[in-house]
Write a protein that binds this ligand. Sequence first.
Ligand SMILES: Nc1ncnc2c1ncn2[C@@H]1O[C@H](COP(=O)(O)OP(=O)(O)OP(=O)(O)O)[C@@H](O)[C@H]1O
Length: 535
Amino acid sequence: MSEPSAKTPTILIIDDDSEIRYSLSRVLSSRKYQVLEAASGELGIAAVKKSPPDLVFLDIRMSGMSGIEALQHIRSSNPKQLVVLMTAFGTAQTAIEAMKYGAFDYIMKPFDPQKVLTLAENALKAHADMRAVGEYKPTINSEDYKEGIVGSSPVMQDVFKVIGQVTASDVTVMVTGESGTGKELVARSIWKHSHRAAKPFIAVNCAAIPDNLIESELFGHEKGSFTGATGQRLGKFELCDGGTIFLDEIGDMALATQTKILRVLQQGEIQRVGGVDTIKVDVRILAATNKDLEEMVKAKTFREDLYYRLNVVRIRMPALRDRDDDIPQIVDFCMQSLAKQKKARVSKVSPEAMAVLTKHRWPGNVRELENVIYRSAVIAQGDTILLKDLPQEIRDAVGASVPAVAASPAAAASQAGTAAPFPVASPSAVLSSQVSSAPFDTLRTMAAETVALAHARQVVESIATAEPALTVERALDFLHEKLSDDAETILGRLEREMIVRVLKAESGNMVRASEKLGITRATLRKRVDELGLKI
Ligand SMILES: Nc1ncnc2c1ncn2[C@@H]1O[C@H](COP(=O)(O)OP(=O)(O)OP(=O)(O)O)[C@@H](O)[C@H]1O
């Protein structure tokens, strides 16, 4: 094995099949690559240790050490090493395994020489881009932002000042701004710094609770006050006594409920639904909306007296596009949070990717940016988010292009309509327009988000095939047992899965999907946003 030269990119082929090594080596040598070969996983690991090549092509099935095992060894000693797995078995299982253990991509035998070359080119470009980033100086240290509100733009400085001013009193505060600008964060910050910090903070999303339930939710109810009221129940105001209640999306509150909120503000008292007693409560009210309340007052859909009561102090949250200087700080904050939670280990962003992030208009504001960073961090292979790791729709929106990724087996399968053996996909993947154009991005997101569920489902399916008499109950029992071990709650994961499926079946129609799911459209909208689903 000859030593790699400094300039020519080196590619190591690890395969126990000499014919494959020969043919792949011929294809790659037709470009200016220096090709090295290793006939087993063990020899390959030794070669990488001796002198890390720019790229490794690694066979998944070898006698002796398997490709996945070799991949784990290689990536644990050199997390930045780019590896493309080669497989004769293009199942979703293989793809998930490959991406889970950090392969850059996978390619199916027999090889299409053009695809091999494009894949090598893309991988080497990613490698070069990562190296080019070099020293990266984070703009902030997340430890300094215990509140989680990041930003040093003048508009955000003003927000911080007002937060400071309103913490000393019990004044009602109205936080306005587009969705995802941090209204709830601000409300929490006011509470944390107030004399009520030791008492509860309860956030109520008025848009997510159906009109017929909101009063019971807020004020509680007496036994028998309506069908289903089988016992007495305390509402949020009573539960929050001494604390702070945050009425989010207050513009969605029905007029009848608005009247009762006014009573709390004026007299500090509530009445449970179906009750006759007046109950005194000591609760500070903070409210938020992304609606134009002034217009609603004019249209008489929002009570004017309540509007003035709530609007004693107004904090206007700026849209992210109006403070794009804060974007690098928020990006660094998100990456550091991910590292702290051990969810991803990216710590850098390439200048090209950062340029796109700062140029994008961010209609979903910080929530959207946060989701994009989380998604890109999962997709990124090394410690750096590169331009190619950003979602295609973000790149397209600012007109930034990256070379097309070689058509992968997964791409071929999805385009030909030959579905993977089991239909696993992340919500964003299923619903995103990227599905057909960038299936590999999709696959990486998918590998991170749903790998456990995918495994469970595949096992259930294989049991069902082997045992046609398998009942749904038994399959569910099995899934339950499997899912119980996972960090995310079972219902949370099932809810996510169901929302994705129903939205897909209804072609993204929110009204029809919410009817099928048995929730309001507003609740569905909120869950879609919270789960970061793209529709
Ligand atoms: N300045 C910020 N720095 C860091 N993270 C932020 C900032 N602003 C918002 N976020 C994050 O963005 C997400 C959305 O924030 P939040 O829920 O407070 O927004 P919102 O305006 O209340 O949204 P909605 O109107 O949809 O309820 C949260 O995950 C929050 O942590």
